[in-house]
Design a binder for this molecule. Structure first.
Ligand code: 4AD
Ligand code: MG
Length: 471
């Protein structure tokens, strides 16, 4: 009645692959010759495209996300990376071995399923797979992450496995969409991508947060920002941007800080401060619209209230640091000019608006050495921070840059920075100087805001946090 199966043992896999000898896929004895041919010809299919293939016989490879069975029928949730589909295995329709495998396949076991796509309104994704053959590629031991609740420390320790969970997959897909949108935005506008170095000889954003390393007997640092390297490139190419990992050895244990994060930084020749604010506004609204358009399903998985994102359209409110001081004095009873706008203050200011707010003209003393003083009031810098709504805080920091050689030299000295190390940076002002501006946006903070996540740690595959570098 039932044909013996050839058992293949694959080196490196502890499980066995079972194959029907007459075909490449294990399938039912009762299959007719023409059906057998059809099964052999079943095409590989990505779960997310199954609804376009109603009625076809397809092969799906993936992992068991969940299952249940009675004595006659088994329902397997099969995840292939592109989506999850319910595979329905009827005992009558498959060889005994396939049935037994379907029933014993544990969560995260690897399977190959052959089945016919059937449109079904009730099924998530609109289709089901009616299984005719199944191979258990690997029987997984009990998976550490089950549908029950786990503590954050446990999940972080198992980050490499946690990635398989539906919310984590959704957040990483949103991140991927955001990164693609970032590249598209600048590409479409004629910017040249400049890959700035990661190993650098000097600080960019202050010496307190540098990771240092030995560079053949010299001290080197992991880059805190590509900005200083973009400025010479702007003199070469006009509109440039960099996009890569940045490192801050901040001993901050907050929901907004990582030690390693990804920053996108545009830098534009002849762009002055108002134009910079326009660019930041255009950029952020482009990204939000793109996420709403293309990541709708993932935002749904994340239970994101998208009505809050729909209002993120230009113009964004722009207030000066002086205005911010007034707001904070009202909210907190007192707040002195020159006071630091930290996370709590950012939340207080941002809560007044339904879209990001740009805070400008900060006291020069609070900001980086390279920021252009306001010609109308040199005590303040032509600096910009963009604060996201809903408590997500500063997502963008930027400024117009000092383009006068001697003023920049003076600032470097005032900040106690080694002039020799900045000689090349000063050269940009020595040979054909030009006004220019740029900003940096942290991808993780932006993605956390899009996804409505409490903490940036879930927006990056392997977060580097204070006292955590595993896995
Ligand atoms: O405000 P920051 O420090 O600005 C710069 O580094 C400039 N050189 C950028 C430029 O003008 N080209 O950082 C920019 C952004 C912040 O607004 C925030 O979104 C993100 O980078 N960021 C962090 N994200 C996660 N973890 C950290 N520790 C971060 N520090 C900054
Ligand atoms: Mg900043």
């Amino acid at each position: 009645m039932y044909r013996p199966l050839v058992v293949l043992v694959l080196p490196g896999l502890s499980g066995t692959l079972t194959r029907s000898p007459a075909t490449t896929r294990g399938f039912g004895e009762e299959a007719t010759v023409s059906e057998a041919t059809a099964e052999q010809e079943a095409k590989d299919a990505a779960v997310r495209h199954l609804k376009e293939r109603d009625g076809e016989l397809v092969v799906v490879r993936g992992w068991i996300a969940g299952s249940r069975s009675s004595g006659k029928i088994a329902f397997l949730q099969v995840r292939d990376g592109s989506g999850v589909v319910q595979a329905v295995v009827s005992r009558r329709d498959v060889p005994e071995e396939a049935w037994n495998d379907a029933v014993r396949a544990t969560q995260e076991s690897t399977v190959e399923v052959v089945g016919r796509v059937r449109a079904d309104e009730r099924a998530p994704g609109g289709v089901e797979l009616h299984v005719t053959g199944l191979r258990l590629i690997h029987l997984s031991p009990e998976f550490p992450i089950t549908p029950k609740e786990h503590g954050t420390a446990f999940l972080m320790q198992h980050r490499h496995l946690w990635l398989r969970s539906s919310r984590q997959r959704a957040a990483l897909r949103v991140r991927s969409e955001v990164e693609q949108a970032i590249r598209d935005f600048y590409y479409e506008r004629g910017y040249t991508l400049i890959d700035s170095p990661i190993l650098t000889p000097a600080a960019c954003e202050g010496t307190a947060t540098l990771f240092s390393t030995d560079y053949f007997g010299e001290q080197a640092f992991l880059s805190q920002s590509g900005q200083l390297y973009l400025e010479p490139a702007a003199a070469a190419l006009g509109k440039v941007y960099c996009f890569g990992p940045t490192f801050r050895a901040e001993k901050s244990k907050t929901r907004r800080h990582l030690m390693e994060f990804w920053m996108v930084e545009p830098e534009v020749a002849f762009l002055e401060f108002d134009g910079l604010c326009d660019l930041a506004e255009e950029f952020v609204s482009y990204l939000v619209a793109r996420v709403l358009d293309r990541s709708a399903e993932d935002l749904k998985t994340l239970e994101r209230d998208t009505s809050k994102l729909a209002s993120v359209v230009p113009p964004f409110p722009r207030i000066t640091y002086d205005d911010a001081v007034k707001i904070l004095a009202q909210e907190k009873g007192e707040f002195a000019w020159g006071g630091d706008i930290g996370a709590d203050e950012e939340t207080l200011i941002a809560s007044r608006y339904d879209r990001p707010v740009m805070v400008t003209h900060y006291p020069a003393a609070m900001k980086a050495f390279y920021m252009q003083p306001d010609p109308a009031n040199p005590k303040v810098a032509l600096a910009l921070d963009m604060l996201a709504p809903e408590g997500y805080g500063e997502i963008i920091g930027g400024s117009q840059r000092i383009h006068d050689h001697d003023l920049l030299l003076q600032r470097i000295q005032e900040h106690g920075l080694p002039v020799e190390a900045f000689q090349w940076y000063l050269d940009v002002r020595k040979y054909g100087t030009f006004p220019h501006s740029g900003f940096g946006m942290g991808v993780e903070r932006f993605v956390a805001w899009m996804c409505g996540l409490q903490h940036v740690r879930e927006t990056i595959p392997y977060p580097r946090m204070l006292y955590r570098i595993y896995p």
